[in-house]
Write a protein that binds this ligand. Structure first.
Ligand code: TRP
Length: 453
């Protein structure tokens, strides 16, 4: 009896950790982190990112997971329910609304990038990377960007995979597959780092990534680093709140959050160490933006032995990592729609999936037909990315920290979190003071920098 109980506890803990790591590790680590670090000037960006992950992201992750575990509803339903239980204003549900809306927007462009990744599996298999030069790699990527039809088809493919899995329910085959495939991606990344260390300019990459040069830091770079830490940890949009309901009462939220944040950060740093040695060796543009990995990695795969196999395998594993993230982006709005309308899971997943597909078409067009259509210098893709990463996620994170730190009885927190006194005190201090003040300060100084200085 006792043994059976132990086992089921262990397996549910493991399932939860895998699902949450699966949500965190995705395009954010391998596609977005390197190009953000490149544009942000390297070391100082990376250092701020690491600080934000551990001092702000991890405590907010604890907050978001435990709100979900307590609420057991969609992000909107959970926030409303907990606010009521604590005798607080129903306006706290706005945090949930921002999450549902934000995850919908993020998924719409995430799927487009997921589509690029899918198409690169095929490019690798047909030998498009064979002996490719830096110029030709740029041209290959440019050709894809120039074709709205191609991009829409791959985007449709990616969102369909996501809808299909969410419609069937997350439990089952996917989780088993993930426990094998995520470690496989990790190992392949390490192999790529070793390749890059031999074939590329490793010393320059390390100094670029880890030697901070604060002369280039502005508050808008700090906000990018803050947004990236939230994006990478899947924070602020209700994904982790939804996943919090997987958590059993006897699982430590604190330990789980540290494991998730460490695994996620390790993958991002490995991706940086795989990409930048090649960027320097081939004199590629550090600030080339969203195309960075798509113009860098093909050169490497095109030169190594068995590059066709490694290339296809890498992009396939990246698609899988992206899908274990995109399902967590579809989940908040699906759970809300189900809660509101009583739709079946399948019907809700198909409706929301179709909506994100339509919205994603704007992101597709922002790279071609509507490339000149800009607001304050931002294309539609830039705008969606800015709204979610730089505004909705950090602000929702700030409000979650405030809510937990100041609006829930300390006694209830202690009971919910079940941490040791020492860790609870540290976490409580971080959510009460450090998170809100640091996030608030980034915004205030940014406004000052933009409008006054
Ligand atoms: N963290 C994922 C990645 O790095 C993306 C993601 C999933 C996400 N769920 C999220 C980002 C919720 C922000 C909020 O690819």
């Amino acid at each position: 009896m006792a043994a059976a109980k132990e086992h089921s506890n262990w397996s549910s803990k493991w399932t939860f950790i895998m699902a949450a790591v699966g949500s965190a590790v995705g395009l954010g680590n391998i596609w977005r982190f390197p190009y953000e670090a490149g544009q942000g000037g390297g070391g100082a960006f990376v250092l701020m990112y690491l600080g934000f992950v551990f001092l702000i992201g991890t405590p907010v992750l604890v907050a978001e997971l435990s709100l979900g575990r307590r609420g057991q509803l969609s992000p909107i339903g959970s926030m409303l329910k907990i606010a009521k239980e604590e005798g607080r204003s129903s306006a706290w549900q706005l945090v949930g609304w921002s999450g549902v809306l934000g995850s919908f927007i993020v998924l719409s462009f995430y799927s487009v990038i997921g589509g690029w990744t899918l198409s690169y599996i095929i490019q690798s298999i047909i030998g498009a990377f064979d002996g490719i030069t830096a110029e030709a790699a740029g041209a290959l990527f440019g050709t894809m960007l120039a074709s709205p039809v191609t991009m829409i088809l791959w985007h449709a493919g990616f969102i369909s995979l996501t809808m299909f899995i969410v419609a069937k329910g997350v439990e089952g085959g996917l989780e088993k597959a993930v426990t094998i495939l995520m470690p496989a991606l990790f190992i392949l990344l390490i192999a790529l780092v070793i390749y890059a260390a031999v074939a590329g300019d490793f010393a320059q990459a390390v100094s670029f990534l880890f030697k901070p040069d604060f002369s280039k830091v502005t508050f808008s770079v700090a906000l990018e680093a803050l947004g990236q830490s939230f994006f990478s940890l899947s924070l602020g949009l209700g994904s982790m709140m939804t996943y919090g309901s997987y958590l059993k009462k006897d699982t430590s939220v604190g330990k789980s959050a540290v494991i998730i944040a460490s695994a996620d950060t390790a993958v991002a740093l490995l991706a940086g160490l795989a990409i930048f040695p090649l960027v320097f060796a081939y004199n590629l543009d550090l600030s080339s933006g969203p195309g960075l990995i798509f113009v860098t990695l093909p050169i490497a795969f095109g030169q190594m032995h068995f590059g066709v196999i490694f290339g296809a395998l890498f992009f396939a594993l990246l698609v899988i990592a992206a899908i274990t993230s995109s399902i967590s982006l579809l989940e908040p709005s699906v759970s809300y729609l189900q809660e509101k309308t009583g739709y079946t899971r399948k019907k809700a997943a198909l409706s929301i999936g179709f909506g994100t597909f339509m919205l994603g078409i704007l992101t597709v067009f922002s790279f071609n037909l509507l490339a000149d259509f800009t607001f304050a210098g931002m294309t539609l893709f830039d705008l969606f990315d800015f709204l979610t990463n730089n505004l909705m996620m950090p602000l929702a994170g700030m409000f979650m920290a405030l809510f937990m730190g100041w609006f829930i009885l300390r006694k209830n927190l202690l009971e919910e979190l079940a941490m040791t006194e020492k860790w609870f005190k540290l976490w409580y201090f971080l959510v009460r003071f450090v998170c809100p003040l640091a996030i608030g300060a980034v915004f205030v100084f940014l406004l000052y920098e933009k409008f006054v200085a």
